[in-house]
Write a protein that binds this ligand. Structure first.
Ligand code: SF4
Length: 310
């Protein structure tokens, strides 16, 4: 069983993405209300060298040596990858020693640090997030570490855009009654435009959120707000179903290890009916490797960290 790698995960935008988990579960600067990993026990801004980056790289090199491949090697996982002091080293090794592209999935909260921006510049694609328009809304949606300042993060995004030559994507997560009014979304859209991302993805809760009181935005509401974000905006919508994989227990566990996935999405990924997939899941359920649980009106499969924290 892989310790630091998970997937490859099928992604609507990034194809087959091999996740590299650089965070000790769950280490994050934020405790977002919509987080699918559950609440953050203690938010932190202290960057560390754990896990050992050489051990991470050794596992990745072995995976590639076995003939495996992915469209992207993605720094992400059970928390915020830029909390790792050496995430840039991983990105450099992917660039210099593999044929894969690199993707950094970050909440962006440490982009006020020049050293984080410098290392993030090594990635082929960087995806950051913006769900708020001022300090108060940032605290409501993202429940950040007390030291984090919304304006400094935004300034960091603008400085990053000036030097980063790769693709910069932004995710905006919309929560009914919290940040989805026209004026609220309009302010987020204007701030997003101020650092000129290559694309904006509007998302809402399609997976079990940390705060069970939040609900998803309707498709109609998302479509109504989309034009505010300009021509490069699109709806993230449902979970990706355009990448298929051959079923194996290891592939299934790899997919749900860090993030729960709906049963229907997994069935589509493995080209099975839901009944066929349920039968295949039975031995994994009996061993306790995964669990099934209802959330946001659907049935989800979780494993590892996701299962233990539901
Ligand atoms: S959604 Fe991402 S940034 Fe927010 S708490 Fe979860 S891991 Fe951290």
């Amino acid at each position: 069983m892989m310790k630091y790698l998970f997937g490859p995960v099928p992604s609507r935008r990034y194809g087959r993405s091999l996740g590299v988990d650089l965070a000790v579960p769950k280490t994050c600067t934020l405790s977002c209300r919509f987080c699918q990993l559950g609440p953050t026990p203690h938010t932190t801004v202290t960057r560390t060298a754990i896990p050992d980056i050489d051990a991470v790289w050794a596992e990745l090199r072995e995976w590639l040596a076995q003939g495996n491949t992915a469209d992207y090697i993605t720094a992400s996982g059970s928390g915020e990858p830029t909390l790792h002091l050496h995430f840039g080293d991983l990105l450099r090794r992917v660039r210099d020693e593999t044929d894969c592209r690199s993707l950094l999935l970050s909440n962006g909260s440490l982009f006020f640090l020049p050293e984080v921006r410098r290392d993030a510049c090594v990635a082929d694609v960087v995806k950051v997030s913006l769900h708020a328009w001022d300090q108060a809304s940032f605290e409501t949606v993202n429940r950040p570490h007390p030291s984090l300042r919304f304006q400094a993060i935004l300034d960091g995004y603008r400085a990053f855009r000036e030097t980063f030559t790769g693709r910069l994507d932004v995710e905006v997560f919309l929560i009914p009654g919290v940040n989805d009014r026209d004026d609220q979304a309009g302010k987020i859209a204007a701030l997003t435009a101020s650092f000129a991302p290559d694309s904006v993805t509007l998302n809402t809760s399609v997976r079990p959120p940390a705060d069970s009181s939040i609900t998803p935005c309707s498709q109609e509401r998302l479509e109504a707000l989309l034009p505010l974000f300009g021509p490069h905006a699109h709806l993230g919508g449902k979970e990706p179903q355009n990448v298929t994989m051959t079923y194996s227990q290891e592939a299934l566990v790899g997919l749900v290890e860090r993030h729960p996935v709906s049963l229907s999405s997994l069935a589509a990924t493995f080209e099975k009916t839901e009944d066929e997939l349920r039968a295949l899941l039975q031995p994994l359920l009996e061993r306790g490797d995964i669990r099934l649980f209802p959330a946001v009106g659907r049935l989800f499969v979780g494993g590892g960290y996701a299962a233990r924290n539901k």
